[in-house]
Design a binder for this molecule. Structure first.
Ligand SMILES: Nc1nc2c(ncn2[C@@H]2O[C@H](COP(=O)(O)OP(=O)(O)OP(=O)(O)O)[C@@H](O)[C@H]2O)c(=O)[nH]1
Ligand SMILES: [Mg+2]
Length: 359
């Protein structure tokens, strides 16, 4: 699962990416840590995992991870090929969700492509490009649909209406709404990988001087967006990522800043991708496993090993908090907090699981 960092040129995307990838997961756990210069695997901070590892004195801790992709800046008319636009748009098509970086820092030394800092306008430029790119995609599909209609394809007339309605929404600057469509229709639309249908979050890249105050910071109302808005000073985050944890703590104290936004960004990105975490925990290893919300127990077990899925018998589940409060699985079981679940069990965020399987 990947989240793409998207925005105008020079807004701080690569600076943020650099800060994020310093949070790379331990290379020994993930062999393909640096997949390419612009893809980074980032550990998802999770207090629950640390506490479980403490409880079991685990030798090894393996956090959940997500991938961030640093995408080159988009400019106006990218959909017409401006600034290598088409190539960058195709990079966005490949990611599962979009993190918009919006510049709201003042710095005379950093050129703004439009000459002034106008966050709402900038975001609008990007959203318009994404919409125009989708319209171009849909128009191509519509041509094919016409051919199918002539060949008496039974689904094509319905698809044509849906595609036309999406164009109307995009033309008005709205996000298409496909929630009401039938399952097969939704599947058809999802197959088009439209940019406007990707989940989004918004990152306001603020100046260092704004960090300690709420001064000049934006709200989702200012930006007219629906979705999480995270405030970050990319430059400071990149500087902090060069320091040891102690040094970075001292530096933050000097600046009177309690907490930065980077961890929050990673956590929100994880949620945006509709991912949840279950754990396995013991003296050897405490491990956070990533699954899509709605995953059933056998498929979750399959994340650990395919044998676990194929030979799945049952899952023994204790909620992480109950396990910690009881201080171990035996007391938790005695308190009736271990649930035996079968193959239809839908995993929940925070489950600590032990899977029984036959070989
Ligand atoms: N003052 C200040 N400068 C920043 C901040 N974030 C980024 N910059 C500077 O802005 C310039 C551009 O940053 P990049 O991260 O390269 O921007 P980008 O969005 O990746 O740009 P493209 O890849 O060209 O689209 C660099 O000189 C950064 O140091 C910030 O929070 N404050
Ligand atoms: Mg860049």
């Amino acid at each position: 699962m990947q989240i793409g960092i998207v925005g105008l040129p020079n807004v701080g995307k690569s600076t943020l990416f650099k800060a994020l990838t310093k949070k790379q997961v331990d290379t020994s756990n993930y062999p393909f840590c640096t997949i390419s210069p612009n893809v980074g695997v980032v550990a998802v901070p999770d207090e629950r995992l640390d506490k479980l590892a403490d409880l079991y004195h685990s030798e090894k801790i393996v956090p959940a991870a997500i991938e961030f992709v640093d995408i080159a800046g988009l400019v106006k008319n990218a959909h017409k090929g401006e600034g290598l636009g088409n190539q960058f748009l195709s990079h966005i098509r490949e990611v599962d969700a979009i993190a918009h970086v919006i510049r709201n820092f003042q710095d005379e030394n950093v050129t703004h492509i439009a000459g002034k800092i106008e966050p709402e306008e900038d975001l609008n430029t990007i959203e318009t490009e994404l919409a125009m790119a989708d319209i171009a995609t849909i128009e191509k599909i519509l041509n094919k649909t016409e051919t199918k209609i002539k060949a008496n394809d039974k689904d094509a007339p319905g698809q044509k209406i849906i595609l036309k309605n999406i164009i109307i929404a995009l033309d008005k600057g709205k996000k298409p709404d496909i929630a009401e469509l039938k399952d097969d229709e939704q599947k058809f639309i999802k197959g088009l990988s439209l940019l406007s249908l990707k989940p989004e979050l918004f990152i306001e890249n603020i100046g260092e001087e704004q960090l300690a105050t709420d001064n000049k910071q934006l709200t989702t109302n200012d930006l007219k967006v629906n979705g999480p808005l995270i405030k970050i000073c990319a430059k400071l985050e990149a500087e902090l990522s060069e320091l040891s944890p102690e040094e970075s703590q001292n530096y933050l104290q000097e600046l009177s800043i309690k907490k930065t936004g980077l961890d929050q960004l990673i956590i929100e990105s994880y949620k945006l991708l509709n991912l949840i975490t279950f754990f396995t925990a013991g003296p050897k290893e405490s491990h956070a496993w990533t699954i899509t919300n709605g995953t059933k127990a056998p498929a979750a077990a399959g994340k650990i090993h395919t044998d676990f899925e194929q030979g799945f018998i049952r899952a023994e589940i204790i909620n992480w908090k109950n396990l910690l409060d009881a201080r171990g699985e035996i007391p938790a079981k005695e308190k009736g907090q271990m649930k035996i679940e079968g193959k239809d069990y839908i995993m929940r965020d925070g489950d600590v699981a032990y899977f029984r399987f036959s070989k």
